[in-house]
Write a protein that binds this ligand. Structure first.
Ligand code: SME
Length: 155
């Protein structure tokens, strides 16, 4: 497992070599997925109007390719503009199941100022897999991706 800083360094380096847009998001998903064995599924949703639309992901295909704002953990994080950590997804009534093996989840908004551009969603097959270090890592990754997502949206 890579240290937090090593993951961010690798992400920074690989993003510098990636094209803007889709390639950058694919790179981020791959780097984050490879960084921790507990990260079973890593995906990026982009906000289009009032819907989160699934972009690049690593892991099994999800049935939730479009999620309305306010629905699921993903929709809640976008509506609240805040990171949400769920230690036990089966105990959270908001949860939209992606895989029966998933036990915990973290969703981190990708923000530009107060606007939500999208989010990083990570699922784990381990319960309570996401601690403060994961939140810090993924929030730093989201901040690194924000200008690229904004550019992709033509802002
Ligand atoms: N669990 C998410 C849905 C997306 S899948 O995890 C990939 C949610 O509750 O919003």
């Amino acid at each position: 497992m890579q240290t937090h800083d090593a993951t961010l360094d690798r992400l920074r380096t690989e993003l510098a070599g990636a094209d803007a847009g889709q390639a950058a998001l694919e790179t981020a998903v791959r780097v984050l997925k490879d960084s921790r064995p507990s990260y079973t599924w890593v995906g990026i949703y982009l906000l289009h109007g009032n819907e989160l639309v699934l972009g690049p992901f690593a892991g099994k295909p999800s049935p939730h390719v479009r999620i309305p704002l306010g629905r699921g953990i993903c929709g809640a994080a976008a509506a609240e503009r805040a990171t949400i950590v769920v230690d036990d997804v089966n105990a959270d009534p908001r949860y939209l199941a992606c895989s029966v093996d998933t036990k915990s989840e973290i969703v981190v908004p990708i923000m530009e100022g107060t606007d939500v551009l999208g989010e990083i969603d990570v699922d784990s097959d381990l319960p309570a897999a996401f601690g403060p270090a994961d939140r810090e890592l993924l929030e730093a990754a989201a901040a690194m991706l924000a200008p690229r997502v904004a550019a992709r949206k033509g802002r």
